[in-house]
Design a protein around this ligand. Sequence first.
Ligand SMILES: [Ca+2]
Ligand SMILES: [Ca+2]
Length: 389
Amino acid sequence: MTARLLFRAALGALLLGPALSVTPALPPVLPQPLEEILPIAPPSAAPSVPRPVTPTAPAAAVTPSDPLFAGQWNLQLIRMPQAWALERSAPVTVAVLDTGFVPSAELGARAVNGYDFVSSVQRAGDGTGRDADASGVGAFAYHAEIIANLIGAAHDGRGMAGINPQAKIVHVRVADTEGTIAVPDLVDGLKWAAGIPVAGAPVNPNPAKLLNLSLYADFIPLTGCDARVQAAVDAVTAKGALVIAGAANDGKDAAGYSPAGCRNVLTVTSVTEAGQRPAYANWGRSVALAAPGGDAARGIPSLSISGPGGQRSPNGTSFAAPHVTGVASLLLGARPRLSPALLRVYLTGSATPFPGRRCDPQPDRTCGSGTLNAEAALKRALASTLGRL
Ligand SMILES: [Ca+2]
Ligand SMILES: [Ca+2]
């Protein structure tokens, strides 16, 4: 069976190769024009005095000292250094529904071992069905580890830099040792993550308003959103949580997939550094936004305790979605009462347009409103009075 987590299939392509060390330096990022249109000065009877034209100051930027940061092209692409220079936010809890908990030096106590929702004893690999130990099991356990690190790795001068170094991660295990996900496990994991009671499990003491789903449900036809998954998504949305999902990696219309094709899901596909859709990345009207997912030539650099040298550079929509989740957590930290609908507006409405307005030469292969722009999204949230406590 093919793994349904959204990494590219070949494990060999995930290994951190020479691509990192030969990464050319990025060109300087040019400051973008301010979003706000300044009010036009009222006409004055006095003769206008010529004033010197002052150039727009370049945006402030924060450069973490973590050694991997120089190779984290993905963070430059979404303007994280500029976003980090904006108002710092309060800690936010994010749920990662995936392969489960792996201890991370980048996260420490900010990573919580949540709950194991894999019900099949045969597929779980831990000798039990559902239980309170969400530890990842098997060769794919690094999948959730990398997603968590991308969202929340510390800015501590070691390893990599995360998008929100204050984020708290709750690991909810829904994927088995092969990376496959049963619909009932996904449904209950979704509800539990958002703090909705689930029979047989204790109430989640760390309910999340952001749920990262770098996966799609197995054992169902890929013909549209599964009604059970839709009902769970609607329930957590009503609870105030935003579901952020990867679009999947089959180079097809994402509308056939669950949760990517479901309503109320912020579906994210991959782009390369050039802002183009890699061939593997799903596309279409159900995709809201694009984020760096890389390709085989240039993946997403990350720490991973099981990777060679403690690193991996995987590619896939699995690693695009957590960029959006991490940035969404910065917005929620600044404006804790933002609704899922407003988060979606700020994240999609501030995206950087694709070159030539297209992520793909074929017009039906759309990638949403553009590429995630952390700086612009956070500025939108900060400029609004909505969502304040
Ligand atoms: Ca178990
Ligand atoms: Ca670090």
